[in-house]
Write a protein of this length. Structure first.
Length: 236
């Protein structure tokens, strides 16, 4: 007997969902399944990691920013390990690793890591992430830098005004106990219930829903911080 689909997940549901997602993105995105031991327990659990992506963030020169009263940016997220560009960047005269164009704008390189972790309290996946300047990985960039570099311009007002303190917050990572940014999960159940209602014929059981849960959730949540899915996966 199949169970009715639910937007709320048990950990078992979550693991089924992330492993199904891994199968979907195989050959497209280098997500990996990572295991960890729960505190005061011998049982193992898992999460997904996508590490060391090169995020190219074009920043307008300071004079233009002052004249316009705003920061004009464009972004490009590429699946490249920063080590692959390290040798080329070291040869640049500017040790800040910024390439400057004729109009005064420059490219800033960030190293971004994403984790999809289960939240027992919300019973949904949560997207954690940190971003470091490629020439200084001693500390992650600040929240305003996150908004200017990772959040697409058309999403910024929506994300800033989400919930009581904005859609992006910072807290200790539930596994590593160090500060990470995360997309607040308070609206995830509502979002996924909307997905369920719009696809009732397709998701007629929990098993069917779990196969597409992470891709459907990430197609919304990931866009808010510049993390998009390949079109062929987003359409599945």
């Amino acid at each position: 007997m199949t169970s009715s689909p639910s937007a709320r997940l048990s950990y078992t549901d979550f693991e089924i969902a992330i492993k199904a997602f891994l199968d979907q993105v195989n050959g497209h995105l280098p997500w990996t399944f990572c295991e960890y031991k729960e505190p005061r327990s011998e049982s193992s659990r898992g999460y997904l990691a996508l590490s060391h992506l090169q995020h190219t963030h074009k920043v307008a020169d300071a004079e233009n920013n002052e004249e316009n009263g705003s920061t004009n940016t464009s972004t490009d997220l590429q699946l490249l390990d920063l080590a692959s560009i390290g040798d080329d960047l070291e040869d640049e005269e500017d040790e800040s690793q910024l390439s400057v164009s004729k109009d005064g704008a420059h490219d800033e390189f960030l190293s971004v890591s994403y984790h999809i972790v289960f939240s027992p309290s919300y019973q949904v996946p949560v997207l954690y992430f940190n971003a470091f300047k490629s020439n200084d990985e001693s500390a992650p960039v600040g929240l305003e830098h996150i908004y200017q570099s990772l959040v697409p311009h058309e999403w910024r007002d929506t994300v800033r005004n989400a919930g009581l303190s904005g859609g992006i917050s910072q807290q200790d990572h539930p596994i590593f106990n160090i500060p990470y940014y995360y997309m607040h999960p308070c609206e995830t159940v509502s979002l996924m219930e909307t997905v369920l209602k719009a696809n009732q014929n397709r998701f007629d059981s929990q098993e069917a829903f779990l196969k597409s849960y992470i891709a459907a959730w990430l197609s919304f949540t990931g866009q808010a911080i510049g993390l998009s899915l390949p079109i062929e996966i987003a359409r599945e």
